[in-house]
Design a protein around this ligand. Sequence first.
Ligand code: TXA
Ligand code: MG
Length: 338
Amino acid sequence: MDTILLGTDPKDLEEAAKFIQDGEVVGIPTETVYGLAADALNPGAVKKIFQAKGRPADNPLIVHISAWEQIRPLVTKIPKLAEKLAEKFWPGPLTIILPKSDLVPEITSGGLDTVGIRMPSHPVARALITCSNRPLAAPSANISGYPSTTSAQHVMEDMHGKIAAVIDGGICSVGVESTVIMLESETRVRILRPGFITAEMLKTVADEVIIDPAITHDLQEGQQARSPGMKYKHYSPHAKVFLVEGNFEAFSNFVNQQNQEDTWAVTFSQEECDKLNCHSLSYGVSDAEQAQQIFGVLRHLDELHAKTVYVRSPKTDGVGLAVYNRLIRAAGFEVIHL
Ligand code: TXA
Ligand code: MG
């Protein structure tokens, strides 16, 4: 299959909508990361997403909508708390897990009786949902296990020849995937995956916000994953990644001793890079910059044929928790404390 690159003109969006209606898969920009979109209610189309990614069948897909009315046929219950959260954070990078209706095929929900719903804010994603008149199932547009994609070029690298088209909507503004939450009661929310919508932000709506332990720690043997995605390898480039905690001086001493041709360091600024003896890249000083750049940096390290990578650990408050979660998973939970 030849994968065509589309722009964002109305004509291009109509072409993309036609592919969706015909049961094909299209790479689409969202404000978080690029998604691999197909008609969420068409099992044959959803199967193509799983095949293109090489995704385990029990890992459910998020269903994307563009207007509030579209949620009703997809779920059996909308708690008041879900409504309040949606009112505050939609459209935007928040996915809410709700009990699914029979309309949502089992393949889309990975066999679960719940479904994650999100209303993206990206105008192109919204226009495609509206234009195709379908809710869109869309996981991140990367080969399963590899870093997510934040540009159309990244999607082409992973998906060329496997899907019908990619819409180039530029670089994603958030850069990490949506915050995924489940509602434990009318007042309590549990974060299953951290994102741009932080615990502090959720606390302005819910009385209690719990950060699931699996966000920062590997699942112990026999421990049940509340989200299937927690079980699998994620975000890992080919290089072996280590997350390094400590101040810059300790980091600098450590990486300067590891000076090998294929060893790279990832720091917070070009200024820090300039002080190191080994190859280095920087990935942003503020938590929002770190989020926007992290997947691009992890992908770039593979282009540079890095074998070993030491990444300065971000702060874990605010959006930093999302960046930390992606990195600790990319590192297979291997952290070096200096
Ligand atoms: O920002 C995003 O959420 C992006 C863009 C494209 O919208 N999508 C995305 O999808 O990140 P994906 O499939 O790469 O990640 C979805 C995560 C997975 O870890 C999955 O296990 C979890 O959400 N998930 C989805 N539905 C769930 C459910 N019903 N119960 C528990 N976890 C669920
Ligand atoms: Mg993903």
